[in-house]
Design a binder for this molecule. Structure first.
Ligand code: GDP
Length: 440
């Protein structure tokens, strides 16, 4: 692949006041641009060493900085790179960036550094996505999953699948030269086994899609129950238990009545369905519809009852936890399976959190197991991989002409390749990298 000719630059740190900001350059002209604006003593720079010096605009000193350079291909992007650590502050980093641009660099697009790293073979697409997942991670679990993906676990699993698929195609294509003979039953069995192994591994990976979504987006929890059961009190208790330093990320779409809490490493998006109702009749009806929608789309429903006044409710939904609130008051009877809590005293919340992480399917992850959780893009591609593999298996079983099975396997190869980016992925790159931050 041809090397990029342009040198790109960006401020890699978020805007605002801080101790340090980072201006990043990547591309063939990085050393030349740096030599025009950086003065140090001694003047020579050692790659991968930080050098103290001054950023100058002609005679004027702009700031005292530390500069680290990287020689191609031993850098994140695989190109000549320089990183200027200057003092933090809104104006300064922008001023240094402007200086760099004036000396020939171009302002980088969001994700352009990572895109270059991908094109230069430094990372596959799953690892590029992991970088963004790490930046976006809002819970320790999500962070761990992303870190494992960055290590390349998912990428290597996909590549291993792809290699097996490739071997299988080669195996089939060996028969294509002898069309009159077809595939003999013994070889057919071996082939079928290979395809079925591929299918099983694809299905296992697909099974992690829900975990992946929950890790990345959080568990959608609806809090339901009769008026006065204690729904709002429960919501407030759960929110009050969130000790994680999770601040709202600007730009994430979120319903105003949805609150998020990170509890035991898991992100929950909590909706109090009482808050979905409005006062007058007409809006009340819309409120009911919205409550139903919230219940339907929830991963988990916390059904709050007040057993001091309420009858035992009918059978639960599969994803429903019955929360018997007000355990500090005498109750009529505790329904089977209910978790007794008191929003007033805080009693029972340990058990409730256990039940919530269990029901979210993330409890085993919290206990330290491997986290190969795929995202929506991987899911779609793995689903078409599975369809192609199933078709290939059927064709081999029916002893159809080998070309047909080979065609299906080639389609599977293609979709697997698109996951890691080894097959032509031009059309999806913009979509993936545009979601990145500038400077990454
Ligand atoms: P909602 O209508 O379901 O949202 O219920 P609220 O959270 O507004 O609570 C209804 C009433 O029950 C309020 O007066 C709360 O103070 C009270 N309440 C909530 N939880 C408890 C509890 O655990 N024990 C007691 N004794 N009262 C509670």
């Amino acid at each position: 692949m041809a090397a990029y000719e342009e040198t790109i630059a960006a401020v890699a740190t978020p805007p605002g006041e801080g101790a340090i900001a980072l201006v990043r350059l990547s591309g063939p002209d990085s050393p030349k641009i740096l030599s025009r604006i950086f003065r140090s003593s001694p003047a020579s720079l050692h790659p991968r060493h930080a050098t103290f010096g001054r950023i100058v605009d002609g005679e004027e000193t702009i700031d005292q900085v530390l500069v680290t350079t990287y020689r191609a291909p031993a850098s994140f992007t695989g190109e000549e790179m320089a990183e200027i650590s200057c003092h933090g502050g809104i104006l300064l980093a922008a001023k240094i960036l402007e200086l760099v641009l004036r000396h020939g660099a171009r302002a980088a697009e969001p994700g352009e550094f990572s895109q270059r790293a991908f094109f230069n073979g430094k990372i596959d697409l799953t690892r590029a996505e992991a970088i963004m997942d790490i930046i976006r991670a809002r819970t320790p679990l999500a962070l761990r999953a992303a870190a494992q993906q960055l290590e390349g676990r998912l990428g290597s699993e996909i590549l291993a699948l792809r290699n097996t698929a490739l071997e299988t195609v080669a195996h089939i294509e060996a028969f294509i030269d002898f069309p009159e003979e077809g595939i003999d039953p013994a070889s057919g069995r071996v082939l079928l086994e290979k395809i079925q192994t591929l299918l099983a591994r694809t299905t296992t990976l697909l099974g992690t899609a829900d975990e992946g979504r929950i890790l990345r987006e959080g568990v959608r929890v609806a809090i339901a129950g009769k008026p006065n059961a204690g729904k709002s009190s429960l919501l407030n208790r759960l929110l009050g238990m969130d000790r994680a330093i999770v601040s709202e990320i600007p730009g994430t779409t979120r319903d105003t009545i949805e609150e998020t809490a990170c509890l035991r490493g898991i992100l929950y998006r909590l909706t109090d369905t009482a808050g979905l109702r409005e006062t007058s009749d007409l809006v009340e009806r819309q409120g009911v519809a919205r409550t139903e929608r919230a219940l339907e789309s929830a991963d988990l429903v916390l059904h709050v009852i007040d057993p001091s006044t309420e009858e035992i409710p009918p059978a639960l939904r599969e994803n429903e936890i019955l929360v018997a609130n007000k355990s500090d008051l005498p109750c009529l009877a505790l329904p089977p399976g209910a978790i007794a809590v008191s929003c007033t005293t805080g009693a029972g919340f340990d058990q409730l959190l256990d039940a919530m992480s269990e029901a979210s399917g993330l409890r085993h992850l919290a206990s330290g197991q491997s986290l190969a959780a795929i995202n929506a893009r991987h899911k779609a591609l793995l689903e078409s991989t599975r369809t192609s593999l199933e078709a290939a298996a059927t064709l081999v079983q029916a002893n159809e002409p080998p070309e047909l099975a080979a065609l299906e396997l080639r389609a599977a190869l293609d979709t697997l390749g698109r996951i890691v980016g080894t097959t032509d992925t031009e059309d999806i790159l913009g979509e993936i990298f545009s979601r990145f931050c500038i400077g990454k």
